[in-house]
Design a binder for this molecule. Structure first.
Ligand code: PFF
Ligand code: NA
Length: 427
């Protein structure tokens, strides 16, 4: 139970609530959605199992795990994970700070702006400047404090409360979205894919959907390896992976049912919403619904907690690396890494250009590269170890392990190499 909660806590976060709606808007709504859903099922799910089998097999941190299972070169993948974690956490924390700020705005002033131009202006002040830096610092302090103290119980409890609460609030907000004037247009935009659009724009949609699938499921930097190292031999890895992918996907898809009806109603073209899409649409929704102030405070606060449990999983990979490989103690390791991550995030608080740059690099290139190395490693270097590990704890396995290793060897590798190439060109 603790494992599922921690893994769901890592998966559910800003990737679902902030990144998913704005990337979906940017890449054309339904065409992106269907590609993304296909990738979660066909690539994300097998890729979770890749990390699970490595972690449970070795009981080690990602770097140690790869060194134990493979020789020399594979341990360098661990370095890649560390670099990726640094970059992702640095901007993740800045964006999480925005959510803290919006929570505070609700408490002190309430949400009053229904005019999208004003809501946009508010987003502008929240997303850059000295206050932004301050909230980034507060968020990193929370992450470092929890990791330094090594608390696991608090995380599990917060996930137990937060995930159901977010689900319930999203369903309520989606029902509100249904009542809006723009709902019909939004559903058309979000739900009826046009395959002509996908084929015409596949060089953009494919890497974006693959990157989002890896990002949202916390794949490609060893988080799931680390968490699976705590798993017992009797756990059914496939069932656990299914639960995690399902909850994570459900939350993201629901967010679309909130954001797009609001954007269409207030007259914002979804492709132009950018990083502020979720904030502009939600503040306008909270300004209009009865009880919107309370709902808003709780919602933004819950997302802050969701972001915290994801950020913790990232810092834990970095810290466990320093502890295991360099023998640094937990508290100084957490403090030093936290300070470095904070500094790396400073440019993001000055100009959103850096947000795009970091995000494109981490999501379009580094996570995809990490997933590629892991898939190649398990699929081609240690396939028998992987299959044996997957079979444990599954009563009626059939040829699940055979189908899985096939998916890991060829389809994942192809999609990831193509995405990586397009991602690098784009960058
Ligand atoms: N999966 C997290 C989210 O959707 O917000 C973000 C994330 C966590 C990405 C951990 C990568 C990672 F290793
Ligand atoms: Na996610």
């Amino acid at each position: 139970m603790g494992f599922i909660l921690a893994a769901v806590g890592s998966a559910v976060g800003l990737g679902n609530i902030w990144r998913f709606p704005f990337i979906t808007g940017q890449y054309g709504g339904s065409s992106f959605l269907i590609t993304y859903l296909a990738f979660v099922a066909l690539i994300g799910f097998p890729a979770i199992l890749v990390e699970f089998v490595i972690g449970r097999r070795t009981d080690r941190n990602p770097v140690g795990a790869l060194r134990e299972l493979g020789s020399g070169v594979w341990s360098y993948a661990g370095w890649l994970f560390v670099v990726t974690g640094f970059i992702i956490l640095s901007y993740y924390s800045v964006v999480a700070g925005w959510f803290l700020r919006y929570t505070l705005i609700g408490i002190t002033e309430g949400y009053t702006l229904t005019d999208p131009t004003e809501a946009n202006a508010l987003f502008g002040t929240v997303s850059t400047g000295l206050d932004t830096l301050l909230f980034h610092a507060v968020f990193m302090l929370l992450v470092v404090g929890i990791i330094a103290a090594g608390v696991r119980r608090g995380i599990e409890l917060s996930v137990k409360v937060m995930v159901p609460a977010i689900l319930v609030m999203l369903v309520g907000l989606a029902a509100y979205g249904f009542t809006l004037d723009g709902a019909a247009a939004a559903y058309g935009y979000y739900l009826s894919p046009d395959f002509g659009t996908i084929t015409a724009n596949w060089t953009e949609i494919l890497p974006a959907a693959a990157g989002q699938a890896f990002f949202t499921l916390s794949l490609g930097m060893g988080v799931m390896i680390t968490y699976a190292s705590y798993l017992g031999e009797d756990r059914n890895l496939a069932a656990d992976a299914g639960i995690i992918a399902t909850i994570d996907t459900l939350i993201a898809v629901l967010v679309g049912f909130v954001v797009f009806p609001v954007l269409f109603t207030v007259g914002i073209e979804p492709g132009t919403g950018g990083a502020g899409a979720i904030f502009v649409s939600l503040t306008s929704a909270f300004a209009s619904v009865p009880g919107g102030r309370i709902i808003g405070i709780v919602f933004f606060g819950m997302v802050g907690i969701a972001a915290l449990s994801s950020a913790i999983s990232i810092l834990e990979v970095l810290v466990s690396y320093l502890i295991d490989e360099l023998g640094v103690a937990r508290v100084p390791a957490s403090a030093a890494l936290g300070a470095a991550v904070f500094l790396l995030g400073v440019p993001v608080t000055l100009d959103l250009v850096f947000l795009n740059l970091y995000d494109l690099l981490a999501d379009g290139i580094l996570l995809v590269l990490g997933s590629l190395l892991l898939a190649l490693f398990v699929g081609w270097v240690i396939p028998d170890v992987g299959r044996a590990e997957l079979r444990k704890g599954i009563a009626d396995v059939g040829d699940l392990d055979g189908a899985w290793i096939w998916a890991v060897r060829i389809p994942i590798v192809i999609v990831v190499i193509v995405s990586l190439y397009l991602g690098i060109v784009d960058y």
